[in-house]
Design a protein around this ligand. Structure first.
Ligand code: DGT
Ligand code: CA
Ligand code: CA
Ligand code: ZN
Length: 571
């Protein structure tokens, strides 16, 4: 299978890397790299070429390489590889990932300074001994230092919003590559995880090498980590740091297989591979195979169909029981972005937002919503220009006036009222009664009796929803000192709603707590907490997380039309 071509190519690449580290001449290194690239590009199985005696005729393969390939096919090993690897530690090979650090330098550092790993390398940079090494100097060391920072930053996980923004930019750019089509995200981004390790993009192309060359010339690329005929890997400069993007170019004939494979998750794929094995089949990024015959590969539908499975929403592909349920025909339906009829947490310029009430209406209509809940802060939130009771009364009147002019759309009169230190609510009941919905949130005293305060808010007959229930910020803050299980318990007991705050840095409740809430029959309100026009876009991340928690349309308050939603609030 084509898989074997890849296996051998990888071994050749590693031999080339190892030779470089051993300080051997360029000629041999290049020969292995070239042979590896040719192998990757072959559309035919190497075994077939060996059988027909054509292998050595392929330009760039030659007799020596052909022998090694045959050796691998016969014995599953290449002696030369084992020889070369014997004296090159894995950790040294890893140093090759550092941009601006080549095999020769690694060789020298190892020999002269006993550098065996990244820690050693940092040490010899720190104590100045690297700089004194033959052929080095200040500038080169500076570059290596930058290279280390680059790869270390690239290993930080990025928020989904940032990953999505980069991916969309790169995809837009890639549309300009000649012969490209079927461009899609894959990996954790397609699965809508709250943070993303690296961005995976997949496409088909007439000329893989040219497409990859085009890709690595993206204007924001600061470092090319890999540039082959089927795969390119780069670091892109963003405001937040350097982020890794991988692009794979595949044959149209195996696009579905590759999309399925590279979407993952790994755990989901392993389960699927097990199913294949049970049926005497093989599954890879190239397709599903019965013996040598490819029986599926073009689309994801085709791949899953082989196993009698539906195309799983990417968000469900985590091996959390989805495959078993689907085999029994019991895979639950999950909410979609188009089910959302409105945003249940938006701020206006009456508190700390920038949009006027009229602008909110305009945006809401443009998004195809039928309502928006205006939830400005209450007076305890001074930093956010929280409304006094009088100001809220005024805003209620203003919203009534606006709604009187509207058809098929309405602003819901809401508040995001502070839960105070004693667990009471920052507005009098008489005012709360005039609202369509009341979101209560903790905005201060993160360590003071938070669980008790939230539970007393849940008990309050006029509170409908608890906003961002754990207070965590994905980029930093751990969240309140809260026993969220108790909060979920209490919400179920008092028949209250919990928020899924869709702001990308909150995503609160997270997917695990959402799942618990669903199991207790708690209704979820998805709101973006937006303060500016662009923030409405956060809804897709909220819905993504809701999908990862397997929420159904029925579990989410804002899939209801306005009248039904209001009825639910009054209950
Ligand atoms: P990330 O980047 O850490 O947020 O997570 P992913 O899921 O994007 O992981 P990544 O980028 O390492 O690989 C992309 C996909 O490729 C992954 O979701 C599943 C597939 N994959 C990677 N390695 C393996 C593997 O060893 N076995 C299988 N079956 N699939 C793999
Ligand atoms: Ca990834
Ligand atoms: Ca990747
Ligand atoms: Zn808010």
């Amino acid at each position: 299978m084509e898989n074997r071509n890849k296996e051998i190519a990888n071994i050749f690449y590693r031999i080339a890397d190892a030779l470089e580290i051993k300080g051997e001449t360029g000629f041999k290194v290049v020969a292995y790299q070239k042979a590896a690239r040719i192998l990757e590009d072959l559309t035919q199985d190497v075994q077939e070429l060996v059988n027909s005696g054509q292998l050595a005729e392929i330009p760039g393969i030659g007799k020596g390489m052909a022998e090694k390939i045959e050796e691998y096919l016969k014995t599953g090993k290449i002696k030369r590889y084992e020889e070369v690897m014997k004296d090159v530690p894995e950790e040294l090979l890893k140093l090759l990932e550092i941009p601006s650090l080549g095999g020769k330098t690694i060789h020298l550092m190892h020999k002269e300074l006993k550098v065996k790993n990244l820690d050693d390398l940092k040490r010899v940079i720190e104590d100045g001994s690297l700089e004194k090494l033959y052929g080095m100097g200040k500038k080169k060391v500076e570059n290596i230092k930058k290279g280390i920072e680059l790869i270390e930053h690239a290993h930080e996980r990025m928020p989904i919003y940032e990953a999505m923004t980069i991916a969309e930019d790169v995809i837009e750019y890639l549309k300009g590559a000649p012969g490209i089509s079927h461009i899609s995200t894959a990996g954790s981004l397609r699965r809508m995880k709250e943070t993303i390790g690296d961005i995976d993009i997949l496409a088909t192309g007439k000329d893989g090498q040219k497409t990859i060359q085009f890709f690595v010339r993206h204007p924001r690329v600061v470092q090319v980590l890999a540039e082959g005929d089927t795969k390119g890997s780069v670091l892109l400069e963003t405001e937040a740091g350097k982020r890794q993007v991988d692009l794979r170019i595949v044959e149209a004939d195996s696009f579905g297989a590759a999309l399925q494979y590279f979407t993952g998750s790994k755990a989901h794929n392993i389960k699927l591979r097990g199913l294949a094995k049970d049926r005497g089949l093989k599954i890879s990024e190239y397709g599903v195979f019965k013996g040598e015959k490819k029986i599926a590969g073009k689309t994801e539908e085709e791949i899953y169909e082989v196993f009698g499975l539906p195309v799983f929403p990417p968000e469900m592909r985590e091996d959390r029981g989805e495959i078993e349920l689907a085999l029994e025909g019991k895979l639950p339906e999950i909410i979609e972005l188009k089910d959302i009829r409105g945003d249940l947490h938006v701020h206006s310029n009456w508190s700390d937002g920038v949009m006027t009430l009229e602008e909110l209406v305009e945006h809401g209509k443009k998004l195809g919503y039928s309502y928006l809940a205006v939830c400005d802060h209450s007076q305890a939130a001074k930093y956010a220009h929280g409304l006094s009771p009088d100001r809220l009364a005024e805003q209620i009147k203003e919203i009534d006036k606006i709604n009187a002019r509207l058809k098929g759309f309405r602003l819901l009169k809401g508040t995001e009222v502070d839960i105070l230190a004693d667990g009471s609510i920052d507005f009098p009941d008489s005012l709360l009664k005039k609202l369509d919905l009341v979101v209560a949130s903790i905005h201060s005293g993160f360590k003071k009796n938070v669980t008790e305060r939230i539970i007393s808010a849940l008990k309050h007959p006029l509170v409908n929803i608890i906003g961002h229930p754990t207070g965590r910020l994905i980029s930093g803050r751990e969240g309140y000192d809260v026993d969220i299980d108790k909060v979920i318990e209490a919400a179920a007991q008092y028949g209250k709603i919990l928020e899924l705050n869709a702001y990308y840095d909150r995503l609160d409740l997270d997917e695990f707590n959402l799942k618990k809430a669903k199991e207790k029959g708690i209704l979820i309100a998805i709101g973006t907490d937006t303060h500016y026009a662009h923030g409405f876009q956060m809804m897709r991340f909220g819905v993504g997380i809701a999908r990862r928690a397997w929420l159904n349309k029925k579990d989410v308050l804002n899939t209801l039309p306005a009248d039904k939603l209001l009825k639910t609030m009054r209950k």
